[in-house]
Write a protein that binds this ligand. Structure first.
Ligand SMILES: C[S@@+](CC[C@H](N)C(=O)[O-])C[C@H]1O[C@@H](n2cnc3c(N)ncnc32)[C@H](O)[C@@H]1O
Length: 313
């Protein structure tokens, strides 16, 4: 099973090899399975390269780690001084597509076991884990605060915005926060931008292929814009396409549900029709029986009346 969770590279990478691969956006550096497309992985590496050049050393904070695929390139990178994984480890979670995603055997112990097979103890020593929602992590629990964060937990707008608010408590004012599956949680990203406007925090967002949104905050806003926008997607086109695809997916899921519901109602109807027919027949019987009961009670009343008259004499 664990063999399947690893990518194809047979040998444990050295830190030097990994740094070279990160800088050239070589996605073979992902040695543990990640739930992301090849383009997403290249975008993750582009963000990591920006963090390395703009920050030198950085602290990485990840919301939603599964088996550690997206943690791996940071744990192996000497520029990453510490990595924090926050994941409450549910067995299933909802997402904006109106469907539930299943995560069997979802545990921190499993993630650590998988990562430890591909990383030396010195890299694993950088990792801190919290089996909770990020809103439950006390701000003082991540020190020094993170400078690079990645949000890839529950893909609903509500959860994602809440994750963003929680991450803000655990990051420095000048930081980079990126989001995976930005096509699903675009509304949360737009809300996050409005929230930063409200707080008076400078920010810039770039959308990278396939579905990675990267937000630079404070001093890092211009770095994100200048370094990443040349590789970025057109914002308006990305948001419009995401919305169109999401709505059409939801419509398909619902029409599937509506079809199932209609079938259920049809079979309920057929059952009800049979029941009505049975009741109708039973109703005729009841009528016959109540006529008999009425006749019987009339006879009894006659007998009682006769007895009463006899005593009255
Ligand atoms: C899409 S997977 C993460 C994949 C991982 N980042 C990767 O690329 O390999 C989603 C993860 O989010 C986690 N999750 C669910 N609800 C969460 C929450 N409220 N906060 C953080 N993580 C959550 C799930 O347990 C699951 O491990």
């Amino acid at each position: 099973m664990q063999d399947k969770l690893r990518a194809e590279v047979p040998q444990m990478l050295t830190a030097d090899q990994a740094v070279g691969m990160i800088g050239t956006l070589d996605i073979a550096v992902f040695q543990v399975q990640t739930q992301s497309t090849f383009n997403d992985r290249a975008s993750f590496l582009r963000v990591q390269t920006l963090a390395r050049s703009a920050l030198g050393r950085y602290i990485y904070l990840e919301v939603g780690s599964h088996i550690g695929g997206s943690l791996f390139p940071h744990l192996i990178d000497p520029a990453c001084q510490g990595a924090v994984s926050v994941d409450p480890r549910p067995a299933a979670l909802p997402d904006e597509r109106a469907e539930f995603m299943r995560y069997p055997e979802n545990s921190t112990a499993r993630m650590i076991a998988v990562l430890s097979e591909r990383l030396p103890p010195s890299a694993m020593a950088k990792l801190t884990t919290f089996d909770s929602d990020v809103s439950a992590v006390p701000p003082g629990a991540v020190e020094p605060k993170a400078t690079l964060a990645f949000i890839d937990g529950e893909h609903t707008n509500r959860a994602c915005f809440s994750d963003f608010a929680g991450v803000l408590q655990l990051t420095k004012p000048d930081c980079i926060i990126s989001f995976h599956d930005a096509n699903l949680i675009a509304d949360a990203i737009i809300n996050a931008e409005r929230f930063l406007d409200h707080l008076g925090v400078a920010h810039e967002t770039v959308f990278l292929p396939d579905t990675v949104a990267v937000m630079g905050l404070g001093r890092l806003a211009s770095a994100v814009r200048d370094e990443l926008q040349p590789h970025g997607l057109d914002r308006v086109a990305f948001l419009e396409r995401s919305q169109r695809e999401l709505w059409s997916h939801i419509a398909k899921v619902h029409s599937r549900e509506i079809r199932t519901e209609v079938e259920r109602l049809r079979s309920d109807n057929a059952r009800l029709a049979e029941e009505i027919e049975r009741t109708r027949k039973a109703g005729r019987l009841d009528a016959r029986m109540s006529r008999m009961a009425r006749r019987a009670s009339a006879r009894i009343r006659k007998v009682v009346d006769r007895i009463k008259r006899r005593f009255a004499r």
